[in-house]
Design a protein around this ligand. Sequence first.
Ligand code: SF4
Length: 332
Amino acid sequence: MIDTIFIEQDVLDHERTKTVVSKFPKSRRIIISRYQEVFNKRTQNFRLQKKQPALILASKHKNFVLPAPAGFGIGTKKNFYFSHMYNCLYDCRYCFLQGMYSSANYVLFVNYEDFYSQIETTISDNAKGRITFFSGYDCDSLAFEKISGFLKNTLPVFSGLERADLELRTKSVQLEPLLSMEPQQNCIVAFSLMPEELAKKLDNKAPSISRRIAALTRLAERGWPIGLRFDPLIYSYDWKEKYERLVGSLLEALPNESIHSISYGPLRFPKKMYSEIFKLYPDEDLFSFSMKEADGIVSYGNGIEKEMSDFLLGQLSGVVSSEKIFQCLSQT
Ligand code: SF4
């Protein structure tokens, strides 16, 4: 699956580098000085690269933990995110990464311990109240696990943290190490969801919605707190019926007490990012709907956003406590 690995000189002897490289014995290896020389190179073609991305093994030097964008959260006042990886195995049409990076290559930062120490510092710097850390902002939290082993290393770190929650955002049905570890009540496995018909068109290379629901069910049975993420809400013909069916299947499959939180958010892009993504897929159905621009943000507009949010809340009303439901208004 990966035929070229770029390796920063500084991490050449890192144990994690050796482990990852050993999984691709036939790969071509190229030593580089810093990952940016490959990743940030101009005149790269994201679409072409996405067909066969290379892997870049690097060390992150700063910005290990960053404040989450305003409007992003699941109940705690303080929210942070971290990205041990840039880019994703999947290829969702609305993914903001393709508008943000010029390269589709995967960057994996192997110095996980520096993330952990910054997480601990962030907790001590914010002495009061609970804090949520979001993983899976610039990648999928679980999809690369067999190669990265990131969760296997990270979950034990959070098991000792009393005031901190970790959200693992994913579309992956790759459930190890979650199934073989004891569930942790401060680690929420949050699946991104949309109606099956739309996911088939838009969530390229990602597992189908029925497989995601089956995975959620297994995790709930095992005792992991579950997050349901309807973000972005996608407008289409018959959207009400599609979302009604989706919510119905989820509520039927999951015991209410296993649901930690539900969040939902509109499809929104900063104007420049929208233009970048539109250039990649001018004929994509997703962009055939006339979008509106206001204050530099491209969206369906307030009327449709409200109609969709109200409809979803109506479906959940009386079944899931409103205290577990959050609107996410950050722009991707
Ligand atoms: S799963 Fe998330 S990060 Fe991966 S391509 Fe889809 S939207 Fe992007």
